[in-house]
Design a protein around this ligand. Structure first.
Ligand code: PHE
Length: 449
């Protein structure tokens, strides 16, 4: 039996922090955060975002790690173990379903990023039309499927190699590289002559741009960026030794995630403004605006390739956390070997992702809720499943598992910081209410707004 061999554990606290930071730092940090900040009043947004991280992100991540470590199980097993013979395992089931869906389209976007490393290396010309290039890339049938396949294959191989032999190894090698590339791009950006305009777009506090929508954006981003509300942090916590402090590890993960997001803005905005572009959002910023920006920059092909390498690395370490959640479930509960779990579930996720990529070509006339198929998957998981998972996890910790047990796991051994009884107010009241408002407002915006 798999169980008698004992559960793998991270080799060190550093390995755990890097793996969890790898999950947190992803596509969301590199292109979404900087844009949200620029659009929502710069430093004013940053301030609100930090408040969300402290009040919602930090306590919830501690809670997820604790649920994982206390049960030493995948999300479904964890809820079953902590609340036996109750329907709460369904929250675990949601926490396994969500990463399954997210990975299916996340891998498609990651595949675009990998493809763009090579497009940049092949040379960027200031005269080329990069909007057309991107449209051409995603409306092609086979190209994006092949890159999606390659990216899923990398993810599968990592998970098959194990927690220590795969996830930890990849995180230890790639996370320092990620920060190194980020710093290179930041230095390049802020030393461009005329970088001031982009910096002021990004940072100048403008409280007149702050409205209700700003808070929605900040909470949503905090949630997605920290990989909360689905089983990733529960699963990674299940491999954490009882000797390591949860509160201080969480502090590191949250800090690194915020740092990466903050730095990405310095890498992007000065260059965008210096070369006379306007900052578009989301995929448009990364895949249409930035290639054009790099095409104007000396040695731009290299910097462009570095940027897409950065995106690819960020995406890969997030993707492996997504597949690990799903794999850990069949390994724990169904007794599958790790290799079989990684291969079969990875292949399934690849297939489920196909409509996301074909939605820009042969399935282009299918528009669920008026959205592209990829955006539809994204909407269902991010706007509904993640917040729902977060709310239920918080309520579970406060009222079912009970604060006393949660706190005992979180505060043992003591880190620099420990939670007091006010933890109950955070997870029992504030998080469910605030995230509940976000969930409803997000649905309202989609269906009525
Ligand atoms: N945190 C990742 C990002 O910022 C996305 C992600 C969400 C990864 C949920 C895993 C789980 O892009």
């Amino acid at each position: 039996m798999e169980k008698s061999k004992g559960r793998e554990q991270w080799g060190s606290k550093l390995a755990f922090i890097l793996a969890a930071a790898g999950s947190a730092i992803g596509l969301g940090n590199i292109w979404r955060f900087p844009y949200l900040a620029g659009e929502n009043g710069g430093a004013a947004f940053l301030f609100i975002y930090l408040a969300c991280i402290l009040i919602i992100g930090y306590p919830l991540m501690n809670t997820e790690f604790a649920i994982g470590r206390a049960s030493r199980k995948n999300p479904i097993g964890a809820f079953k173990a902590l609340a036996p013979n109750t329907p709460w395992w369904l929250v675990g089931a949601l926490a396994v379903l969500t990463p399954f869906i997210i990975l299916s389209y996340y891998s498609v976007v990651a595949g675009w990023a990998v493809a763009y490393i090579f497009k940049c290396l092949a040379g960027l010309a200031p005269t080329a039309d990069y909007t057309q290039m991107f449209v051409g890339h995603i409306t092609d049938v086979w190209g994006p499927i092949i890159w999606h396949f390659i990216f899923m294959a990398l993810t599968i191989v990592t998970i098959a190699a194990g927690v220590v032999g795969g996830i930890q190894k990849v995180a230890k090698a790639l996370m320092p590289l990620l920060f190194l590339i980020l710093i290179v791009l930041v230095v390049r950006g802020i030393t461009l002559p005329g970088s001031g305009e982009g910096l002021s777009f990004y940072l100048k506090p403008d409280f007149s741009k702050v409205d209700g929508g700003t808070f929605l954006d900040a909470v949503g981003q905090a949630f997605f960026s920290l990989s909360l509300g689905m089983g990733a942090m529960i699963t990674y916590g299940s491999y954490l030794s009882k000797k390591e402090s949860i509160t201080s590890s969480t502090g590191w993960v949250v800090g690194l995630d915020t740092l990466a997001a903050f730095l990405a803005g310095f890498a992007i905005f000065p260059a965008v403004f210096v070369y006379g572009f306007s900052p578009s959002s989301g995929a448009g910023l990364a895949f249409m605006t930035l290639p054009a920006v790099f095409a104007n920059m000396p040695a731009g092909s290299i910097f462009g390739a570095l940027f897409f390498l950065l995106l690819s690395i960020a995406a890969l370490t997030s993707a492996i956390s997504l597949l690990e959640v799903v794999a850990s479930w069949v390994i724990d509960e169904k007794g599958w070997t790790r290799k079989k779990a990684a291969l079969i579930l990875g292949a399934l996720i690849f297939v489920v992702g196909l409509p996301s990529t074909l939605g820009y070509s042969v399935m282009g006339n299918i528009k669920p809720l008026g959205l592209d198929i990829l955006d539809f998957y994204d909407f269902v998981s991010n706007a509904i499943f993640l917040p729902l998972g977060g709310i239920l996890t918080a309520i579970f910790a406060a009222f079912v598992w009970k604060t006393k047990n949660a706190l005992q796991e979180i505060n043992e051994p003591k880190g620099v910081f420990s939670f007091g009884n006010w933890y109950t107010i955070l997870v029992g009241v504030i998080i469910p209410v605030v995230v509940g408002i976000i969930l409803i407002a997000g649905l309202y915006k989609q269906f009525a707004g």
